[in-house]
Design a protein around this ligand. Structure first.
Ligand code: 13P
Ligand code: SF4
Length: 395
C-alpha cells in the first residue's frame, strides 16, 4: 500500500518555531496580530445570503456606521465601502463622518490604528479580521527603533536627523516619529514629506520601507544612491559604521513589502517583449531598479487616475496588488491592462478581510456588540497624532 505522509503530525524531535505556530493560527502575537483567531461565529463562506446579510446589517446601522475600504480589498468587500482610497485619502477621510459611532476599516491593522488616532475618542474603529496585519509594518518594532536611535546618538548624528515614517508602520513607530519631531508620509506625499524634513534637519531616518525611501530620495529629490545607507536592525549598530552614518543623508530602515518585492527587472523586460508599446506603471514600494525601468510611478490613487486618463487602445502593465489590477482591468475594457508579474500575487493580509468577516462585524454592530475594536493607548495616540497631523498639514 502507498505510504501516506501525515503533514499535520509533528515528529517528536522537531518543534515548530514560534513563527510557524503563529502562521498556523495556533498562537497569538498581540504586538503584530499574527495568528489571531476571530472570537465569534463566522458565517460560512458558502452562505448564498452573505451579500444580502451585509446589505441588511449596513442598512440597519444607517448613519451609525462608516465603512472605509483600501484599494487592495477584495471586490466582495469593496462594494460595501462608503469611501475607497489609498492610505492618505483614507487617513483624511477617517474623520469625515463625525456622526458615525462605528468606523469599519476594510484594510490592514496600521490603517485602523491611524483611523482610531484621527477620530474622536467615542468613535469606535473595527477591523473585521484582527489577523489583517502588514508584514512590512511588522519589520520595525518599537524596541528596534529605540535601539537605532541610540546608535545614531552614539554616532553623534541623532540631533541632525529627522524621522520620516511611512504610514505602513505601527502606532508605536508613529509615536516615536512624533516625539522626535518627525512626520508620517504615504506613497502619495513622500516627496513633500522629505522636502519638509530636509528643511528641519540634515538627515532623514526613513522607516520602515527602504524602497519608498530610496525611490523618493533618488527619483524625486535628485539624490544619489550613495547618499543612502541601509540600517539593518538585525545587525549590531545596524551594520553601519559611525562614519557611514555621518556621511549619509538618507538612513533607510531595512524593511520592504513582500508583495511589491516580487516584481523584478525580468518582469519588466518580459512584458515589454510580449506587449510592444506597453506602459509600465508601478507602485513606489517596488525595488529601485524596477522603478527606474518603469514609465510611471505612483500610489494606488495615482495608478487609478492615470488609467482613467489613459487613451482607449493603450496598453498598461501594472506593478501593484492584484485585487486592484483586476478591478482596473474590468473597469477599462477599452484598454489592455495586465499584471506586471506572471505569477498571481495578492496581499495575503489585505485578503483576510472577506465577506464572512465583514458580515460578522456588521451584524455584531447592528446587535450593539462591538467586536475587534482597535484602540491606541492615550500616550501613544498623543505623539502619533502629532506626526500624523504634521503629514496632513504638509503643503
Ligand atoms: P497606498 O494605498 O498609499 O498606495 O499604499 C499601498 C499599500 O501598500 C498599502 O498597504
Ligand atoms: Fe503591507 Fe505590502 Fe500588504 Fe501593503 S501590500 S499591506 S505594504 S504587505
Amino acid at each position: 500500500m502507498k505510504k501516506v505522509h501525515d503533514v499535520t503530525a509533528t515528529p517528536l524531535d522537531v518543534q515548530p518555531t514560534p513563527l510557524a505556530l503563529l502562521l498556523l493560527g495556533r498562537e497569538a502575537d498581540p504586538k503584530s496580530e499574527r495568528g489571531v483567531e476571530c472570537p465569534g461565529d463566522l458565517p460560512a463562506a458558502s452562505d448564498p445570503d452573505l451579500v444580502e446579510r451585509a446589505r441588511a446589517a449596513k442598512a440597519k446601522l444607517g448613519d451609525k456606521v462608516f465603512v472605509l475600504g483600501h484599494h487592495y480589498q477584495r471586490d466582495e468587500v469593496i462594494q460595501f465601502a462608503d469611501v475607497t482610497g489609498d492610505s492618505f485619502k483614507l487617513a483624511r477621510d477617517a474623520a469625515a463622518r463625525p456622526q458615525a459611532e462605528y468606523i469599519v476599516f476594510c484594510g490592514v491593522h496600521f490603517m485602523a490604528e491611524s483611523a482610531d488616532i484621527l477620530t474622536r475618542d467615542d468613535q469606535q474603529v473595527v477591523l473585521p479580521d484582527l489577523a489583517a496585519g502588514c508584514s512590512m509594518a511588522d519589520m520595525a518594532t518599537a524596541e528596534q527603533v529605540a535601539e537605532c536611535w541610540d546608535v545614531l546618538t552614539e554616532a553623534g548624528v541623532a540631533q541632525d536627523t529627522v524621522p520620516v515614517s511611512y504610514m505602513n508602520s505601527s502606532a508605536d513607530i508613529k509615536a516615536f516619529t512624533g516625539r522626535h519631531g518627525g512626520t508620517i508620509c504615504t506613497s502619495s506625499n513622500a516627496k513633500r514629506a522629505l522636502e519638509w524634513a530636509f528643511g528641519q534637519g540634515e538627515k532623514v531616518l526613513f522607516l520602515p520601507d527602504q524602497h519608498l525611501g530610496r525611490n523618493t530620495a533618488v527619483r524625486d529629490l535628485g539624490m544619489s544612491l550613495d547618499d543612502c545607507v541601509v540600517y539593518n536592525p538585525h545587525k549590531p549598530g545596524g551594520g553601519l559604521t559611525a562614519e557611514q552614518l555621518r556621511n549619509a543623508k538618507m538612513i533607510l530602515w531595512r524593511g520592504h513589502c513582500s508583495v511589491h518585492g516580487r516584481f523584478g527587472l525580468d518582469s519588466v523586460a518580459d512584458v515589454r517583449e510580449r506587449i510592444p508599446g506597453v506602459n509600465v506603471l508601478v507602485h513606489p514600494e517596488c525595488k529601485h531598479e524596477v522603478v527606474a525601468a518603469a514609465d510611471h510611478v505612483g500610489s494606488t490613487e495615482y495608478i487609478i487616475k492615470t488609467l482613467d486618463a489613459a487613451p482607449a487602445g493603450s496598453a498598461w502593465a501594472i506593478g501593484t496588488e492584484l485585487n486592484l489590477v483586476r478591478r482596473l482591468a474590468n473597469a477599462h475594457p477599452d484598454k489592455q491592462i495586465v499584471f506586471l508579474d506572471k505569477t498571481v500575487c495578492f496581499c495575503s493580509t489585505m485578503n483576510r478581510i472577506d465577506l464572512p468577516h465583514l458580515v460578522w462585524a456588521l451584524e455584531s454592530l447592528a446587535e450593539g456588540n462591538v467586536v475587534n475594536r482597535i484602540r491606541v493607548d492615550e500616550e501613544t495616540e498623543h505623539f502619533a497624532k502629532l506626526a500624523l497631523e504634521r503629514m496632513l498639514a504638509l503643503p
